[in-house]
Design a protein around this ligand. Structure first.
Ligand code: WT7
Length: 632
């Protein structure tokens, strides 16, 4: 029996059963479908306590030979990438697999020409232009470890990530288009590099044609470099467990951590999950609206679809420019069959009204996907009815930067779907729900902490430069388990419903922030003594950021003070982390031992003023009344 493709409910049941009874046999069979320079010696080595996880150890490969070279014979003239620019009046770009292969090889030769080699870390800070995907694949081609930093992050955030990884180069553009705006990119890199000593090269892609400052001996133009190289670039041979990339993500502490994924297992899992969850066929046109700077863009743009030899759309702009019909216009224009987006986008387009949907036929659509946060029932039904016209299955895909690929999701049109439920674990995935004490709950119709008791090929291996932090964050809360940080329910039929984070992480429009990270940004504003940040339900963003701020002196001009706090957050983290509400308070509710009681602040932010619970352990219960009184 082959478990490569799931076509029926029975296939799913069989594949999952096989993956539990014989995980190594199951994944070895998937891995055999790829091009390896040398077959692996051991399918799996694992110890969650250290943690030490190795898939396909001893195997040698290059992921880009699997994304590109192996398609050339049969799919050389098939479209790999349809790039849709920010401005619909600008011409779109189409690249076949042969052309993408050619562009990646040339870019890889530019990297080599500039002294970048296997094992080097390369920061990529670029808008959604074809060169972003090409740059990422070019790094993988030569074995350099890419660290993509989303362009919404500030110079400070970029500098922190460059320094943590010790990056030797930055790949960027001159500037970027975003809706009606043009924004700088290269000058942000310049500002970041004032704090970095490891970067020797900056390679700049021309996009907006602004005059930018080029530092002699450090900065080069991509188009000039490309005239100096050829198209022949043999792929570097990598060990299955060599790092493929680092991607920074937020946790409960102030400092983002670099999640590390490796070559072999990540390849096997992203391809398998992509083809099965979305039920991808040769003729499909896949459109994922995520930015490549997030894990979704890594796994289901740069790698999954190219591994599968699929055609995909990459969109530079925003959903509301030139009007809120833009996604649907793109769907019709390019005949998109599978559309993958985030609940926050669905909610914001829903709020713009159906008139922006009606002009488009959307008849090409076959499958819809959702990712990044829980999708509320209202948004689910709107998506189903108005975008899917009632005929497209919706896959609600739950996963994380750390998991590398989708872990829990229904399989499009194969396993059943239920609004707001991610539903079933994919083959190879063994979720468990635990009580707060760490006891496994085996019944159904329960709620608990979502953990995984067995490794899958694309689980994170470490956090860059700090393995102990990886152990503590994910593997120490419950012995022998990977802890996701999410709470979940399991219904009578065994479907999972993700409730949300149980740690101090908030999810704003699908972007993940630690409350501590935002607090330290706020605390850099002049006149701020301390602050506490909590999430609260937000109609469009899912969660909004509510900040309680204590100042040195009574605030005379609240608007001015709020402005300077927002400025500090934008400078430390980026425009994506702006607090939605800032309330000035004279003190924070603290226990006698000095711990901030966030539970109380959360209730205030959620407007549940009568459900504050026990406040008797507070050092100064009076501050609670003041906070309640000043609620925004
Ligand atoms: C957190 C991971 C997965 C790629 C994008 C986000 C939340 C993600 C779902 C979903 C409910 C979801 C979880 C998770 N989340 N997908 N389908 N339903 N919640 O990746 O930035 O690493 O965030 O996003 O809370 O822990 P990320």
């Amino acid at each position: 029996m082959t478990f490569d493709r799931i076509r029926t409910q029975q296939d799913y049941t069989d594949a999952h059963a096989k993956s539990v009874s014989d995980p190594e046999g199951f994944w070895a069979a998937q891995a055999e479908t790829f091009t390896w320079r040398k077959t692996w010696d051991t399918t799996l080595v694992w110890d969650f306590e250290k943690p030490d996880i190795q898939w396909f150890a001893g195997g040698k490969l290059n992921i880009t030979e699997n994304c590109l070279d192996r398609h050339l014979e049969k799919r050389g003239n098939k479209l790999a990438l349809i790039w849709e620019p920010n401005d619909p009046k600008e011409r779109f770009v189409r690249l076949t697999y042969r052309e993408l292969h050619d562009r990646v090889c040339r870019y890889a030769n530019v990297l080599k020409r500039n002294g970048i080699k296997k094992g080097d870390r390369v920061a990529v800070y670029m808008p959604m232009v074809p060169e972003l995907m090409i740059a990422v694949l070019a790094c993988a081609r030569i074995g350099a470890i890419h660290s993509v930093v989303f362009c919404g992050f500030s110079a400070q955030s970029l500098a922190d990530r460059i320094n943590d990884a010790g990056a030797v180069a930055v790949l960027c553009s001159d500037g970027m288009f975003r809706g009606a705006k043009e924004m700088p990119v290269k000058s942000v890199v310049d500002e970041a590099l004032e704090q970095c000593t490891t970067v020797r090269r900056v390679i700049v892609t021309e996009r907006v044609r602004w005059a930018v400052n080029m530092v002699a001996g450090r900065d080069v133009w991509l188009h000039e470099e490309l005239t100096q190289v050829g198209a022949d670039c043999p792929a570097e041979v990598m060990d299955a467990e060599d790092p493929l990339f680092i991607l920074y993500t937020s946790g409960s502490t102030g400092k983002p951590k670099g999640v590390v994924h490796t070559c072999g297992g990540y390849m096997v899992y992203t391809d398998y999950s992509f083809r099965n969850v979305f039920q991808v066929e040769e003729s499909d046109v896949f459109f994922c609206t995520a930015d490549l700077g997030w894990i979704t863009g890594h796994s289901y743009m740069a790698y999954g679809p190219t591994l599968a030899g699929a055609t995909q759309v990459m969109f530079e702009g925003v959903p509301t420019f030139p009007d809120p019909g833009r996604f649907w216009q793109i769907v019709d224009k390019h005949g998109v069959t599978i559309f993958y987006t985030a609940p926050t986008a669905i909610r914001s387009l829903m709020a713009c009204g159906i008139d922006h949907v009606l002009p488009y036929s959307l008849h090409s659509l076959r499958v819809l996907g959702s990712v990044g946060e829980p999708i509320n029932e209202e948004a689910w039904h709107w998506y189903k009815t108005h975008i899917g016209k009632g005929k497209c299955p919706i896959v609600d895909t739950w996963w994380q930067t750390e998991t590398g690929g989708i872990l829990i999701s229904s399989i499009a049109g194969v396993t059943d779907e239920k609004p707001s439920h991610a539903a079933y674990p994919l083959p190879g995935i063994q979720p468990v729900l635990l009580t707060a004490e760490g006891k496994e709950i085996t019944e159904n119709e329960v709620e608990g902490l979502l953990c995984m008791k067995f490794p899958w090929p694309s689980i994170l291996r470490t956090t860059w430069g700090d393995h102990e932090r990886c152990r503590q964050t994910y593997f120490s809360s419950y012995t022998g388990m990977y802890f996701s940080g999410d709470g979940a329910k399991r219904d009578a039929e065994g479907r999972y419903r993700i409730i949300g984070r149980v740690d101090d992480v908030i999810n704003v429009s699908g972007h993940r922030f630690g409350t501590a990270e935002i607090e330290s940004a706020i605390n850099t504003a002049k006149g701020v003594v301390e602050s506490a940040v909590v999430g609260y339900p937000h109609d469009i963003k899912g969660q909004g950021i509510y900040a309680f701020v204590v100042t040195e002196k009574p605030v005379e001009d609240p608007e001015d003070m709020r402005g300077s706090i927002i400025e500090s957050v934008v400078a430390s983290i980026g425009r994506i982390a702006k607090p939605d509400k800032i309330q000035f308070v004279s003190g924070l509710p603290k226990t006698r031992s000095g711990k901030i009681m966030r539970r109380i602040l959360r209730k205030v932010a959620e407007n549940e003023l009568n459900a504050l619970g026990d406040t008797s352990t507070l050092l100064d219960p009076a501050v609670v009344d003041e906070i309640k009184g000043g609620k925004l």
